[in-house]
Design a protein around this ligand. Structure first.
Ligand code: ZN
Length: 269
């Protein structure tokens, strides 16, 4: 945590309203109070999911106004002209998460840029991180492993991401919320299709149970892997000017694809 504060004076915290991001926001803003010149700004993406995101938005709004935390938001409807509710309701080849993950990453980066922040902190805990490492290793996906960060190298147009909770087991984060009386939103996304994530959650818990400390071992493995941090993501998107490895960025491609699907749906009905 100390190292994070040494790297940035103005830090954006990505807040979804869940137990992890609320703990990260609470912890970061508490610690920032003791460091002169350090500012925390909460950033949230509204995917447009009724009964889920609208409720957590209210929780975050109340928390930020009560604790005097600056809060910035962006929505999918403002970005792409549609909500996740409408995209989820039409037939499509990709999962909802395939679109949502890319849009969220793009908008969180835009929010962090517009907030003028040096870093973007996320609420990923030890369990999340261990699951992702194992998942990417099992798929041989070294690109994603390299992308996991924490990011040291600066890429123009990308706010480096940091994970203040990555050494904290999930149940300890939950405990922190409970002890500190931090409110959080409990329900899961109704469109979540991350079946493989659940598989790796079980695997990590089982390995940890048999061999305590293995989550930390996975974390150490990541930091020691000679993964190539290729500087591919250095070009500008031909449409939005955002960061891309070349040509049009992934978010623009998926955005126009989804807009087309929605337009076709309207036309045929
Ligand atoms: Zn683009």
């Amino acid at each position: 945590m100390q190292r994070i504060f040494d790297r940035g004076k103005r830090i954006a915290v990505a807040v979804s309203g869940g137990k992890d991001s609320m703990a990260a926001l609470n912890l970061m803003s508490r610690l920032a109070k003791h460091r002169r010149g350090t500012e925390i700004v909460a950033v949230t993406v509204d995917e447009g999911i009724t009964g889920y995101r609208d409720e957590s938005m209210k929780l975050i709004r109340d928390y930020c106004s009560e604790h005097d935390v600056e809060w910035l938001t962006k929505s999918y409807s403002g970005y792409a002209g549609f909500t996740m509710d409408s995209l989820a309701s039409i037939p499509r080849k990709r999962t909802t998460c395939a679109y949502c993950g890319v849009f969220r990453r793009t908008l969180l980066n835009e929010l962090a840029m517009e907030a003028g922040s040096d870093l973007l902190a996320t609420g990923l805990n030890l369990d999340d991180t261990a699951q992702s490492i194992l998942m990417n290793l099992s798929r041989g996906d070294t690109d994603r492993l390299a992308m996991m960060g924490p990011h040291q190298a600066k890429v123009k147009g990308l706010v480096p991401r940091v994970q203040p909770l990555r050494q904290l087991p999930e149940n300890e984060v939950m405990l922190y919320d409970m002890i500190e009386g931090i409110p959080f939103h409990r329900s899961n996304c109704p469109y979540s299709e991350e079946a493989s994530r659940n598989l790796f959650r079980e695997i990590v818990l089982r390995i940890e149970d048999e061999m305590p400390g293995s989550r930390y071992a996975l974390l150490r493995t990541l930091s020691r892997l000679p993964v190539e941090r290729n500087g591919a993501a250095a070009a500008s998107c031909s449409r939005c000017g955002g960061v891309t490895s070349g040509g049009e960025c992934r978010a623009c491609t998926l955005k126009s694809e989804a807009q087309q699907l929605l337009a076709d749906g309207l036309f045929s009905s």
